[in-house]
Design a protein around this ligand. Structure first.
Ligand code: AMP
Length: 190
């Protein structure tokens, strides 16, 4: 299996790049944000609980997202691999992911971390909010909260993967094609 954590702050381009990478490498895209928005759209109990947390730009509890990932991994044991997008976001999630993959006899090959400056992220997210309709992309305070959550709880995971010699830093600036090129070159060297 080829298992990649596509990492970076909100608005770094993880979703866009994930879609290109799954096509090229035949992987499964696992975006916890997309799954949660699907739960909200379907009006499930989980979706109802998650919505108010997501609308404020806070993180959904670890056990909720870990449970979602566990269930999907269990249903796709024959997959060629996964791109994890927006997961893990806390150290508890990173530890849980390592344990879940170990049970499947596999592991994370690399964390590709897209680096983009905060000011650029806010502009990109506000722009995306015009089309996506996402409540959390339309308000500066909520966007700042999401970036703070990233800086406080999520960015430290780079050290977790660095310690495992799996961290690859990619400058997330340029055209979609240019960034995709950098990601593919990194993946081809794994
Ligand atoms: P995203 O689509 O990745 O930007 O995620 C949108 C929102 O979903 C986040 O601001 C969180 O509220 C929630 N979310 C997505 N993934 C996670 C995760 N791994 N852990 C906690 N909350 C998450």
């Amino acid at each position: 299996m080829l298992n990649i954590v596509l990492f970076g702050p909100p608005g770094a381009g993880k979703g866009t790049q994930s879609k290109l990478l799954i096509e090229k490498y035949g992987l499964i895209h696992l975006s916890t944000g997309d799954i949660l928005r699907g739960e909200i759209a379907n009006g499930t109990e989980l979706g109802l609980k998650a919505k108010s947390i997501m609308d404020r730009g806070n993180l959904v509890p670890d056990e909720v997202v870990i449970g979602m990932i566990e269930s999907i991994l269990g249903k796709n044991t024959q997959a060629k691999g996964f791109i994890f997008d927006g997961f893990p976001r806390t150290s508890a999630q990173a530890l849980a992911l390592d344990n879940l993959l170990e049970k499947l006899g596999t592991s994370i090959n690399a964390m590709l971390s897209l680096d983009v400056k905060s000011e650029e992220l806010v502009d990109r997210l506000l722009e995306r909010g015009k089309e996506s309709g996402r409540a959390d992309d339309q308000n500066r305070d909520i966007i700042s909260n999401r970036i703070n959550e990233y800086n406080n709880k999520t960015a430290p995971l780079k050290d977790y993967y660095l310690a495992q010699e799996k961290l690859i830093l990619i400058e997330g600036v340029g055209t979609i094609a240019e960034i995709n090129d950098k990601l593919c070159r990194a993946i081809d060297q794994i």
